[in-house]
Structure formats: C-alpha cells, structure tokens
Design a protein around this ligand. Sequence first.
Ligand SMILES: *Cc1c(COP(=O)(O)O)cnc(C)c1O
Length: 395
Amino acid sequence: MQIPAPLQPSTRILLGPGPSDAHPAVLRAMVNPLMGHLDPEFVSIMVQVQEMLRGVLKTKNKVTLPISATGMAGMECCLMNLLEAGDKVVVCAMGFFGQRMIDIAGRTGATVTTLQAPWGKTFSVDEIRDTVSKVKPKVLGLVHAETSTGALQPNIKEIVDICHEHGTLLVLDTVTSLACVEVDIDSWGVDAVFSCSQKGLGCPPGLSPISFSDRAVEAIKNRKTKVQSWYFDMTTVMSYWGQGQDRVYHHTAPISMIYAIHEGLRLVLEEGLENRWKRHWHNHRALKAGLEALNLHYTADAACQLPQLNAVRIPEGVDDLKGRKFLLEKFGIEVGGGLGDFKGKVWRIGLMGYNSKPAAVLLGLAALEQALANQGLKVDPGAAVGAANKYYAQA
Ligand SMILES: *Cc1c(COP(=O)(O)O)cnc(C)c1O
C-alpha cells in the first residue's frame, strides 16, 4: 500500500444540520497537550465543565455531564437507563429523530406507544394529555428541535406538567436546540435531557451533554434489572464524573474533546444565553427574507420554524445532489439534504452556534442564487442578498 500524504482537509463552511463550524477558540483549546484523565488538574477541568454545563442547560441537577459519544448515544443513554422490560413509554415523533427514539425505546423491552405528527408540524398539549392520561407511561420521549423538518416543539413546560400529574418522566432531545433557542431544564421540569457538542455549542462532534433530575435518578436506582448497556450505565458513569478527586476508573475521558467543550461552554456563558438566542433569531430572519425572495418555502409551519435549521423545499426542476455539489465545489459550502420522507425534496440550511452570523447568511444566499440559476431557474441576481440586507438595515 502506498502511504497517503498527510491530511490537508479543505476549508468548508458548514451550513447544514451539523456538524457546524467549531469556534476557532475551541479548535485552539484542542491543541493543548494531553493530561492523564485522573490527573487532579484534569479532574478540576471536568468539574468546571459540569458547572458550566449546568449553566447552559439552566439546571441544578447533580447528574449533569457530557457522555463520551455523540448525540445519538445521549438518546440511547437516557432511554436505556430509564426503561426496562415491562415498562410503558410514549414516544412523540414529528420527524426522523422521533422515529429513532421509537426504535431505541423498543429495544429496551418496554412497550412503546407512538404518537405521530405530520412532518413539519408539532404536537398540541391536548394530544399529549389524551395519550399520557390514557397510557400513564413511565416515560414520555419528545424531540424539542426536529432537525429533519425544522420544527420547534412549543409548550414544553405544559407538557412536563401533564407528565408529572401522571407520574411520567419527560425525556427531551435538545440536540439541535441547546445554545441556539431557549432551553430551561429546571423551570420546565424536564427529567432527562441530552444534546450534542457539534451543533449549537460550536465544538467538534464527540460529546453528548446529558442531565437527569433527582426524580429520574430515583427511577434509575429503582430498576429491577441492570441497564443493558455497560458503557452508558449511569449508576457507574456517575461515580466517575460525580466524585471529584475520589473518582473510580470507568473509561478514559476524551481529553481533547473535554478541552473543546470547556471552551465552547465558556464562550456560550460569556456571550450570555439570551444574547445567543437573540442572535440566532436575528440571523434567521435575514436568511428567511432571502430564501423567500428566492421563492423557497419552509417545510415547517410558520409558527414553529427553527431559527438555527431552515428546511426548505427544493424547487421543481432543481436536482438535489447537483445543487449541493455546486455549493460544495464552488463555494466550499455544505448544506444538508433531506432525511426519510424528505430525501431528495428538501434542503436544510443551518445557522448554528458560531455560524449564526451575517457573513454566513449573505454568502449562503449569494451562493444559493448561483446554484439555482445554474440549474436554469430564473433568479434576479442579488434578490436574496438584497432582501437579507434590507432586513439587517431595519433590524
Ligand atoms: C443530530 C441529531 C441527533 C443525533 O446526534 P448525533 O450527534 O448525530 O449522534 C439526534 N437528535 C436530533 C434532533 C438531531 O438533530
């Protein structure tokens, strides 16, 4: 075999559903020298990560930590720990990721009841009340920001209240919402939450922040059977993360990723959560003005559109792959294609974390104008960029 040349990956602008571009300060944090994962100094860094993560999730939950894997592992970890054979669970699916929750919940041996919403729509509080009061499940699984459709599930607090009336724990997927739109774990009362490092937090993929309420920890302690997963069994992971300098070896924390999330979380807190949410809405409105000028229509209802993930229908006569290839080759821009029902029909344009900024909006729109014109669509040059700039001038 011929030994490949050293890597020289091209510079991209990641305007898809994730990963998003990492903040340069995060990448700089990662080149720091490695330490042992039981080094007292590293343990202090892990404690700081937990404290900052509580700040970003707005929770006082003791069990709050990033598990050493991506967002899907966070989903699996929450469901595996809270469910066992014989339990009942309701999963609300309004897109691709809700569908995955159904799959994982089923693998625990629990009885799964599913509630489906059409892609692009969300659930009403009444629908959820009807099902929860009938089934009285141990767990309700819900996706906050459905990345496949670009829809934001509203009324989380009301839904949690209904759950708690019936002794149900709420598991919330905030993989795409955390550090982009409002997430307020304690005042909403969410029992288990998971997220990821590579979307709103502006870090590389590799960590999944999770948090369990006392109620959820109690439920884990009261299990009749062992958690089926060894790696994600919280009863042991907790004694690695939760006992300061007295920790027992569980697995080797991914040192450089912990440096990364330390910087990512620090930057979120420095900016301020509310400012960060506002920034995401602000740049979304500019992008939306531009997309509308190009006659691109959102897949999610106007009332529940995500600011950080803009899913739009690909216009008639435009080829999905050809369009995305054009953007990548000509501009180094990545946008996402559709998943599941939306495959080949939808483009997903992300403005997450570090990339929620006018530079990304304006370049993305300028490139889209060319990509659509390249496939024979009639595009007025500057129409989209002009509409976005008109928004910025007034805002
Ligand atoms: C991206 C995403 C996931 C999966 O996260 P990975 O980091 O890709 O494992 C889960 N849920 C939602 C809503 C997502 O957007």
